[in-house]
Ligand binder design. Structure first.
Ligand code: NAG
Length: 311
């Protein structure tokens, strides 16, 4: 079967599970605004992804640890304020690629869900959850914190939290395909992954949906919709801007918008798309943030843009 046929068959099969309430979605055709450009994190490597602690209004960015090999799995998580000032950082040794991290608010603390137990590929084979503490190092050679392997099909993967709708989201690899699964946040906090609200294989943006690139660079969920960011750096694409955003209905698997080209930060040097996350401001404005890495090797910088129109 062709990939598109498999995708159609699988999404049809899981439609019956559909359990996410209706919600507005971000209009991907609207402009992106700057939060910031060219900010330094605690690491000078390419930013991999970022996330928000919605309740405590904190922002975390994950990079490969400075000086570590590409497949080492060593990561640095930086906390920045919303003006881009570095507030603190943690190092994770032999944990993962930094594909995504989730930030869970626990009182005034932030707990991070990240990859751990990096395979030879550099990607984590399990998840773990820990309190963010500036200056601390966690090593996957240690027994603690507890490993979380949500279910048998989870070969590797990462998490994000939709704090507004109180959902926990896994994107995980199973038999070569990326899958998306959504849980009640309270179930996930109890490490109970027996009741997925939705769980289905994601399409490849180029091969299945006619987009420009299959390279996954970020995902996030807001209510009923999952958003995907794909594309490559100018170095990898031969100077072609191929970053796209796509919105899919979690209940049906249907594409609702995209793949749509995003030119956010088009003039940035290097410009690798790196991370998607949702944050709602204190004034109640929901924002879909798109991350890009810029600059030269050994001095990579963080750039964050956002879209803010819900339809
Ligand atoms: C896990 O969550 C489901 C659904 O919320 C619930 O029915 C089940 O009792 C929970 N299992 C445990 C061990 O708490």
């Amino acid at each position: 079967m062709r990939a598109t046929t498999i995708f159609a068959a699988l999404t049809a099969a899981v439609t019956a599970l559909a359990q996410l309430p209706d919600s507005p979605r971000f209009d991907l055709s609207t402009p992106s605004y700057d939060l910031w450009r060219s900010k330094k994190t605690a690491s000078n490597t390419v930013q991999q992804s970022f996330t928000f602690d919605q309740v405590n209004r904190r922002l975390f960015i994950v990079n490969r640890k400075p000086g570590s090999e590409l497949e080492s799995g060593d990561l640095t998580i930086s906390e920045l304020d919303f003006s881009g000032n570095l507030l603190g950082s943690m190092d994770l040794i032999a944990c993962g690629h930094g594909v995504n991290i989730a930030a869970e608010s626990v009182g005034s603390d932030t707990y991070i869900w990240s990859e751990t137990d990096a395979a030879a590929s550099g990607y984590g084979k399990a998840l773990w959850r820990f309190k963010f503490e500036d200056g601390k190092t966690l090593d996957s050679a240690d027994a603690e914190p507890e490993r979380i392997i949500p279910f048998d099909r989870f070969e590797r993967g990462t998490a994000t939290i939709d704090a507004i709708h109180e959902k926990f989201v896994l994107r995980y690899q199973y038999e070569g395909a990326q899958n998306i699964a959504v849980f009640e946040l309270d179930d996930a906090k109890a490490y109970n992954f027996s009741n997925a609200l939705v769980d289905w294989p994601l399409p490849q943006i180029k091969d299945d949906l006619g987009g420009l690139s299959n390279v996954n660079q970020g995902y996030t969920v807001y209510g009923r919709y999952v958003y995907l960011l794909t594309g490559e750096s100018y170095d990898a694409s031969g100077g072609v801007l191929n970053s796209e955003v796509t919105a899919l209905d979690l209940n049906t698997g249907d594409v609702v918008q995209g793949p749509l080209l995003t030119k956010a930060g088009s003039t940035l040097e290097f410009r690798e798309p790196e991370g998607l996350a949702v944050y709602q401001t204190a004034d109640g404005e929901a924002r879909l943030f798109l991350g890009f890495s810029s600059g030269s090797a050994g001095d990579r910088r963080s750039n964050l843009f956002y879209k803010n129109v819900l339809i």
